[in-house]
Design a protein around this ligand. Structure first.
Ligand SMILES: [Zn+2]
Length: 348
């Protein structure tokens, strides 16, 4: 019998994927919560007491574990934060209507206020109606964009400017791989960040489970006997994500630490990412030493949306010391309009 590597007393029941450590059930629950707490403290996720924060709650394992853990930690470490469950009803019969019942029970179990925002009320249509019209292809990506926007609107309605999501280490590693395979460095950088905020929106988004393995989230939910909904969405998932997911699973078999290693690689790439401005430089002879980039107008929040930046900058104005360029970023998703950006560059 293996003894627990932490308490040296109980029988080991869990092998941690991130380091192979064999530990008992009690130590697992303790260390899981402690690691989420460490992530919160080290990244200053709750900078001020008295803040109301929304938890994007789908009724699935990730957001349910997030809500349960945060309730426990808020009581144990006294963050002084008030959590509200915010759910989006995409209007998917046989999936979302059932999972929302789970969220309603969670709201009672965790004594949290619940707010449900529907696509129907926000946009005047449901995903069921959209799929009926346009078919099943690609609607996962499409739906994701609208869910993100709906979360923003729901939070605004609640007078909240901070949303927590249940993204785990596997989700982030998958997204890092996808962006790497697409050659999309700017978006790769953003997906690996624990907190994101944009210039045009006061909404902050954080992922407290960023370093938690999916396997451990499932185990945590199982040991704590959490009430969650485990059915997959009835509509086709994003095919490319599926490929990235299979790749990640294969890598994890060979080397279990791969998941976190990829997340860390994504973080490292953020610091080394080439700015799109440099990619769009029309004048290769010029030695670009710009340190500062100022926006004349427009926004810097492009990577929030599924846009395909066509980097064809046009010189609007140029002197010895600075230049103003204009680029048009064409959206690949029809509902999102193209954006014209102007930016200027200082040559150091
Ligand atoms: Zn133990």
């Amino acid at each position: 019998m293996h003894r627990c590597a932490i308490c040296q007393n109980n029988r080991a029941q869990v092998i941690r994927p991130k380091n192979g450590q064999k530990i008992c059930k009690n130590c697992f629950l303790e260390v899981f919560e402690l690691e989420v707490h460490t992530t919160i403290v080290e990244n200053n996720i709750f900078p001020s007491r008295g803040e109301r924060v929304a938890i994007g709650a789908s009724g699935g394992k990730d957001s349910t574990v997030l809500a349960a853990t945060l309730k426990a930690l808020n009581e144990r470490y006294d963050y002084g934060v008030e959590f509200v469950l915010l759910s989006i009803d995409e209007g998917i019969h046989g999936y979302r209507d059932d999972s929302l019942e789970t969220v309603k029970r969670n709201a009672i179990q965790y004594e949290m206020e619940l707010c449900i925002v529907g696509y129907d009320a926000l946009y005047g249509w449901t995903m069921d109606k959209v799929v009926e019209k346009v078919g099943r292809k690609g609607n996962c990506t499409y739906c994701g964009v609208f869910r993100r926007q709906a979360l923003d609107r729901g939070a605004k309605r609640l007078n909240i400017s901070h949303i927590l999501t249940g993204h785990n280490a596997d989700d982030i590693a998958e997204t890092v791989l996808m962006n790497l395979l697409r050659g999309d460095l700017p978006r790769l950088g953003r997906c690996a960040e624990i907190m994101t905020a944009s210039l045009t929106s006061p909404m902050r988004r954080s992922k407290p489970l960023k370093y938690a393995y999916e396997k451990e989230i499932v185990l945590y939910a199982h040991y704590r006997e959490l009430d969650y909904f485990s059915t997959e969405c009835v509509y086709s998932p994003e095919a490319f994500r599926g490929n990235a997911r299979s790749l990640l699973k294969e890598l994890e078999k060979i080397r279990p630490s791969s998941v976190l290693d990829i997340v860390r690689s994504g973080e490292q790439l953020v610091h080394n990412a080439v700015s799109p401005v440099k990619l769009g430089c029309e004048d290769p002879k010029r030695n670009w030493r710009e340190e500062r980039m100022g926006l004349v107008n427009g926004s810097q929040t492009l990577s929030d949306e599924p846009v395909n930046p066509k980097l064809l900058p046009k010189i609007v104005h140029k002197t010895r010391n600075d230049a103003t360029y204009q680029i048009t970023v064409r959206s690949v998703q029809q509902p999102i309009p193209s954006v014209k950006l102007k930016f200027f560059i200082f040559f150091a």
